[in-house]
Design a protein around this ligand. Sequence first.
Ligand SMILES: Nc1ncnc2c1ncn2[C@@H]1O[C@H](COP(=O)(O)OP(=O)(O)O)[C@@H](O)[C@H]1O
Ligand SMILES: [Mg+2]
Length: 243
Amino acid sequence: MSAQVIMLASGKGGTGKSTVSVLLGAALAARTNRVLLVELDSGLRSVDVIAGVCGKTVYDVEDVLCGRCEPGKAVVESPLYKDLYVISAPYSGGHISQPALRVLTDAMRPVFDFILIDTAAGIGAPFQAASGVCDEAVLVLTPDPVALRDGHIVADELFGCGCPRTRLIINRVPRTLAGTGIEDLDECIDTVGVQLLGVIPESAEVSRAAYSSERLEKNCLAARAFAAVAKRLCGSQEPLVIC
Ligand SMILES: Nc1ncnc2c1ncn2[C@@H]1O[C@H](COP(=O)(O)OP(=O)(O)O)[C@@H](O)[C@H]1O
Ligand SMILES: [Mg+2]
């Protein structure tokens, strides 16, 4: 077993990277994959709440990257999603370097099928470190002009630093795009200039599950959309838009 390492990135903040990291990780895990989710967004952590590991963490990713503990000691299993494991970000600060992150991913590759790295918005240290160790980047955008413009900048940066592959998830897509400043989903793909991996709807079930540390309802539209993205990441053909 050698895990595929996938980083989640965005230009603008708040597009749903952490939410998508957990729920996509859960969908991959539901396909009998062992999934490790590493949160690199120090200070703005939310993966722990969404994955239900809040308060269960003894060591965080900073401890691992500084060599204060073995990577395995910082891994916590999600009580909500079987086979999803989390290494949380610290509450504040922390130095993230690419060589240290590579030591972590190299140690974990034999143990997992997928390693998802949830980065911070923009092209700061978490982005730089993760883009150098990943096999693929997933850009998470919302359908609004600022997210698209910033997403295009990040896509260029990923291309420039030699990231092997970049695909796009359009998240929080409302029933109608009227009033968003976006004509249609093709405009998102054309503006950012990367291949579409999936579309996740705006979903009350997702926001409820996220803020209350509960499992996402199994058969809601968003759960089916995450399952379809997971299937595509595993190499199957699935429709891009679930409705
Ligand atoms: N598909 C969705 N439907 C509804 N709310 C969502 C969805 N995706 C994310 N959110 C909400 O958007 C907000 C930002 O999400 P988050 O994952 O923290 O973004 P980021 O990690 O990019 O900063 C959170 O309140 C989250 O619950
Ligand atoms: Mg986040």
